[in-house]
Design a protein around this ligand. Structure first.
Ligand code: ATP
Length: 356
């Protein structure tokens, strides 16, 4: 069993004016890949470093495999780590770099060779074992850092922005490789990124953090589909979720002159404003009017290749709408919009929390 349980972790740095983590609790199940994601400064790295044993919390506990490790040094926690500044040793060949943890553990020669070979195979590094890091590309060096972390077969793998030094294309390729490798190994993994697409792609579950707290934790698609608050909806997804203000009245939602059917649970909001959240891909667009469709005007047309991203104006609100690549879109053109009622989310305009 190698679950990681973090309970009510609070950390304030000396000289820090607020809590870097403000009572975070979460559990990474045995064999699970959990991603911590959130904007810069939200406390992801601090949380990971407390799990690693590189920072001591002010209060709260960290348990690994059912054992309280809160005050144990990193090497006694049974984990391995890959960091953004992957420190591979320039004077060592790839073979010795990958096997570094095995050398430290005085693993016998034949076992060293076997395990380094397996890690190199998993990361497609077999042909580079006798090279020095300077003779590798950035992506290959990054793979060496990951191979070195997995070769020791630690129960828990911690990764902090391991792809951030790679260019966009390599990043995408390596992301898929990492998913394959960690899936194959089944290692319990806690992974930090500020990149929401990376989080969605890699995580069995994602924990979206904000201001030292977990705003929402769940399966990527569940969190994407039902953000618990406006912050999460605005953070996950590219483009972010659209939010528009609507007045509830007589069973309808008014956005400017347009009217939508209001769900029953909004009846307590009669006469007040709510915020409607809707994803760009959940808005249909047509050139011709039809009953129940809402008129809008195109402001910007951005082809993405697979689709068109339209910026449209609806009353006082600006929305992002995803249209088929073949849609005849032009700036200033009038269009008509609709969304399935089931695709609409509702938020409290004051607290930003979901109403459904
Ligand atoms: P990023 O994505 O930018 O790395 P993060 O979400 O990992 O951000 P942390 O590095 O955990 O965030 O930082 C959380 C908060 O703690 C920030 O306000 C940061 O300024 C502060 N902080 C982090 N490290 C220290 C430190 N060594 N001393 C003082 N304050 C720190």
């Amino acid at each position: 069993m190698s679950s990681v349980v973090v309970y009510n972790l609070v950390k304030t740095y000396a000289g820090g004016d607020r809590r870097a983590t403000d009572g975070v609790s979460l559990e990474v199940a045995d064999g699970e890949f959990l991603v911590l994601v959130g904007p810069s400064g939200c406390g992801k790295t601090t949380l990971l470093r407390m799990v690693a044993g590189l920072e001591t919390p002010d209060s709260g506990t960290v348990s690994i495999g059912g054992r309280d490790v809160t005050y144990l040094p990193p090497r006694q926690r049974g984990l391995s780590m890959v960091f953004q500044s992957y420190a591979i040793f320039p004077h060592m060949k790839v073979r010795q770099n990958i096997g570094f943890g095995l050398t430290m553990r005085k693993v016998p020669r034949d076992e060293f060779d076997r395990r380094v070979k397996r890690a190199a195979e998993l990361l497609h590094l077999e042909e580079y074992l006798d090279r020095y890091p300077a003779q590798l590309s950035g992506g290959q060096r990054q793979r060496v850092a990951v191979a070195r972390a997995i070769v020791v077969d630690a129960a828990v793998l911690l990764m902090d922005e391991p792809l951030s030094n790679l260019d966009a294309l390599l990043r995408l390729q390596f992301r898929a490789e990492l998913k394959r490798i960690v899936g194959q190994l089944g290692t319990t993994t806690l992974y930090v990124t500020h990149d929401q697409a990376e989080a969605m792609s890699l995580g069995d579950r994602v924990a979206v953090m904000r201001d030292g707290r977990v705003a929402q934790l769940g399966a990527p698609l569940a969190v994407y589909d039902r953000p618990a608050d406006r912050f999460v909806g605005g953070f996950l997804g590219s483009p972010p979720m659209n939010f528009l203000t609507a007045r509830v009245g007589g069973g309808a939602l008014a956005v400017g002159d347009a009217s939508l059917q209001a769900p029953d649970h909004l009846s307590t909001w009669e006469g007040r404003d709510v915020v409607v959240g809707v994803r760009a891909e959940n808005i249909q667009v047509a050139t011709e009017p039809a009953a129940g469709w809402v008129p809008a005007r195109i402001e910007v047309v951005e082809p993405t290749g697979a689709a068109l991203l339209l910026t449209v104006r609806l009353a006082d609100e600006q929305l992002k709408v995803q249209a088929p690549a073949t849609f005849p879109a032009a700036p200033d053109a009038r269009v008509h919009l609709r969304a399935e009622p089931a695709a609409l989310r509702f938020y409290d305009p004051e607290s930003g929390l979901a109403l459904d």
